[in-house]
Design a protein around this ligand. Structure first.
Ligand SMILES: *Cc1c(COP(=O)(O)O)cnc(C)c1O
Length: 361
């Protein structure tokens, strides 16, 4: 049996069918239907926020965030994330400037942000990579000092809280992805959350082509999501906490078994952090050991992923001369190993054993 880095959670079929029955009754398939409104209500409750929108995906959420803030010129961002963090900046005709990451939590190093700020800087766009929080306090003080907004790509951070506040509540705007591979998913889907009424109105307008009935205000895009996706979200949300608890058990098993004399793991020792166990990344000593680990696992039909690779400043379309030695080194020796709620502990034991055997040689 093939073991992948993730296996999408599916709720009991009856749970989903209950919502499908409602769709068949209402004949309302998309465009702010009753299930979408119900999901948004649940999310508002869960995230303790009243300014959020359910969207088609997490990438368009980033694009709408950049657009709604009217960003121009340079945006300071992390080289260590999924490519969508960078492509959304370039897609919106802005220039990514890359500040290298901290070696401990692999998030943008706030001490390096300030050196990149100049008169063309319009914002900071940072990722809470693996759901581990960025240094939100230091980033906020830079934001205030230079009067530039902060967007967080919180694609990995659903279910994470810091000091009793959802991590998605930090920054001027946070975006999230509800893609099938994420901790909470709606098959495809995303979220944008903000704090300002004017920004919220813009985001709402841009989500639906820039018009309300016969009033055409601005150019928009189609970033809406359907009743079917909302149904998946409504069916999945009640399982979020138990899924996170199961992820925690798997993660702690790896913590107990892996040989940390030869393996590093990003960490965040912030007090007040409640984590979602979104990923289990390991950092090997060098690229060769990393390749050997991949090979040894593949031989047993186990498929880790290079999350994240490559360092985004090295993508040719980034056209960047910023140097990010830590990110550029990590991407060649980091692997996310299988982690999902239903992963059997026997398999976790086997994965850990295979990895340990490679790293000690
Ligand atoms: C998954 C992901 C995205 C993109 O989300 P989609 O919903 O797949 O568009 C953006 N940023 C990060 C960090 C991600 O992991």
């Amino acid at each position: 049996m093939r073991i992948n880095v993730v296996k999408s959670f599916l709720p009991p079929k009856e749970d989903y069918n209950k919502y499908l029955d409602q769709i068949w009754d209402s004949h309302w398939l998309t465009n702010n239907g009753p299930l979408l409104l119900e999901l948004e209500k649940e999310l508002k409750n869960y995230l303790k926020s009243d300014k959020l929108l359910f969207l088609a995906n997490g990438t368009v959420a980033l694009q709408l965030a950049i657009k709604s803030l009217g960003l121009k010129g340079e945006i300071i961002t992390t080289p260590y994330s999924y490519c969508a963090t960078t492509t959304s900046i370039i897609w919106e005709n802005c220039i990514p400037r890359f500040a290298d990451i901290s070696p401990d939590n692999l998030n943008i190093n706030p001490d390096l942000i300030e050196g990149l700020i100049n008169e063309n800087t319009s914002a900071i766009l940072a990722t809470h990579v693996y759901g581990l929080p960025c240094d939100v306090d230091q980033i906020e003080s830079l934001s205030k000092k230079y009067n530039i907004p902060v967007i967080y790509d919180a694609a990995h951070a659903f279910g994470v809280s810091l000091n009793n506040r959802s991590l998605l509540d930090y920054g001027d705007i946070s975006t999230c992805s509800f893609h099938a591979t994420k901790v909470f998913h709606t098959t495809e889907g995303g979220l944008v959350l903000c704090h300002d009424d004017k920004i919220f109105d813009k985001l709402s307008l841009y989500r639906s082509f820039g018009h309300v009935n016969d009033n055409y205000y601005d150019i928009g895009i189609n970033a809406k999501n359907s009743e079917f996706h909302a149904a998946m979200g409504l069916a999945n949300l009640p399982y979020l906490n138990s899924n996170i608890a199961k992820r925690k058990i798997v993660s702690e098993r790896y913590d107990n078994l892996l040989n940390f004399n030869h393996i590093q793991k990003p960490f965040n020792n912030l007090s007040g952090l409640i984590y979602n166990y979104a990923y289990y990344p390991i950092i090997l000593e060098n690229a060769s050991v990393c390749n050997q680990v991949i090979e040894a696992l593949n031989k047993e039909d186990i498929f880790p992923r290079r999350y994240f690779y490559p360092s985004l400043n090295t993508l040719n379309y980034s056209k960047s001369t910023d140097s990010c030695p830590i990110s550029e080194s990590i991407v060649h020796r980091v692997l996310s190993i299988p982690l999902y709620p239903e992963l059997e502990l026997m398999i976790v034991d086997k994965i850990a054993e295979i990895i340990n055997q490679v790293v000690v040689h």
